[in-house]
Design a binder for this molecule. Structure first.
Ligand code: FAS
Ligand code: PHB
Length: 402
């Protein structure tokens, strides 16, 4: 069906995706006086209610505060100075503050998204929700375009640059020629069943549990709302898990044998997330830059997905700022390599946390005892605990050449 074409709109950066990556990039560019338009396939309500990540590392907290987006996070977020590992009937704490002098903030990704959308709209930013048939053209030239359908018409953004912030299932990654793109992937033999429940978290800090029946995680969104996960088969049907069964399994796996109990409550959201490690290289092709889940996925065990997306766009915003300020292209030229140095270190950490905390059907008795010995070593050696802590609170930013 032919659609009416709306005359192209000139914008410096066309951003695809209103997740943390796209929204933060638009905000950072605005502060630098660089124009952008964000286009988003879903509705505003959908993206603001989509429950995903929960832990902000120090660098993410810093950039939100430094750019005027941190007020509600500081009011409503929960500052955590450590985390608890439960295994072999024991509970042992990793003290981030003592080991690194830093902490993490527990504040839902959907809350960050709400704050970023509000800030963009308040400062006159343009976010086009409910678009379809997004297309990217001309990225190997100097005048790429992004076009999309909205209200029965095809709209076109004439850009200098395109930021592909459209997540794992977006269209941006496919715009890089197949003979240029390299993909690295590991798919795990399990997933996470996650619930959001109206029940006070039974611990002030997160609990990561390695139990013989499988991994479990106690997290939270507020003093009234718990966020809990348990390891399940990767293709698990949520229908197999009535609330009673979920709570019963969580009680066993998180109690760690010490008789400790969760306070149960109404489950207000539940779902199964598959788990993979994924990296697409390079993250730039011509005038297209990939950022966030469009370029990489980590298993959520290390609480890194959103934080990596934030790191990408901080580097990209700096490179674009230098380009528009004095024509410098070093930052943009190094963007992919700069981000990938951090991404691969975070991939390692996320894989390491996942292999250490989950049960594997093909694990031998030796593997099982070795896994428990690693947790014992990690929680009795300051050097070993420091490696977990420094990765969990976030490695120092690597800005690359400026
Ligand atoms: P996002 O996927 O957040 O945003 C991309 C946006 O692009 C979406 O809004 C999408 O609708 C839009 N889009 C896609 N195609 C488009 C198109 N063609 N045109 C226009 N718009 C398009 N991370 C953690 O750290 N901890 C967790 O517990 C955790 N849980 C997760 C659970 C699930 C189910 C998923 C999928 C991810 C989870 N993550 C978690 C990772 C998650 O937080 C991501 O890392 C984070 O959302 C990355 O942000 P973005 O790169 O902005 O991508
Ligand atoms: C969450 O609160 O959703 C969360 C916290 C830590 C993780 C993963 C998810 O490692």
């Amino acid at each position: 069906m032919a659609h009416r074409h709306v005359p192209a709109k000139k914008v410096q950066v066309g951003i695809i995706g209103a997740g943390p990556a796209g929204l933060l990039l638009a905000h950072l560019l605005h502060l630098a006086g660089i124009s952008s338009v964000v286009i988003e396939a879903k509705s505003r309500k959908y993206v603001e209610e989509r429950i995903r990540a929960g832990v902000l590392e120090q660098g993410t907290v810093d950039v939100l505060r430094e750019t005027g987006i941190g007020a509600r996070m500081d009011r409503e977020g929960l500052l955590h100075h450590g985390t608890i590992l439960k295994f072999a009937g024991e509970a042992r704490r990793i003290d981030f503050q003592d080991l690194t002098g830093q902490a993490v903030m527990v504040y839902g990704q959907h809350e960050v998204v709400k704050d970023l959308i509000a800030a963009r709209l308040e400062s006159g930013g343009e976010i086009v929700f409910d678009v379809s048939d997004t297309r990217i053209d001309g990225i190997e030239g100097r005048e790429p375009t992004v076009s999309y359908l909205k209200d029965g018409a095809r709209h076109t953004l004439a850009c200098d640059f395109v930021a592909g912030c459209d997540g794992f299932h977006g269209v941006s990654r496919a715009a890089i020629p197949a003979d240029v793109l390299r993909v690295y992937e590991r798919v795990y033999p399990f997933g996470w069943l996650g619930i959001l429940a109206k029940s006070p978290p039974a611990s002030e800090e997160l609990i990561y549990a390695n139990h013989e029946r499988g991994f479990a995680l106690l997290s939270m969104r507020s003093p009234e709302i718990s966020r809990l996960y348990l390891q399940c088969p990767p293709d698990e049907e949520i229908a197999n898990w009535p609330d009673e069964r979920i709570w019963e399994e969580l009680q066993v796996r998180l109690a760690g044998g010490e008789g400790w109990r969760l306070e149960e409550g109404p489950v207000i959201q539940k779902g199964v997330t598959a788990m993979r490690s994924f990296v697409a290289e390079p993250m730039r092709h011509g005038r297209l830059f990939l950022a966030g889940d469009a370029a990489h996925i980590v298993p959520p065990t290390g609480a890194k997905g959103m934080n990596l997306a934030v790191g990408d766009v901080r580097v990209l915003a700096r490179g674009l700022e230098a380009f528009y300020r004095d024509g410098g292209e070093d930052g943009l030229a190094a963007y992919s390599d700069t981000c990938l140095r951090r991404i691969w270190k975070v991939q390692r950490f996320s894989w390491w946390m996942t292999q250490m905390l989950h049960t594997f059907d093909d694990a031998s008795p030796f593997d099982r005892r070795r896994q428990l010995a690693e947790l014992d070593y990690l929680t009795t050696s300051r050097a070993a605990a420091t490696t977990l802590a420094e990765n969990y609170v976030g490695l120092p930013m690597d800005w690359g050449p400026q």
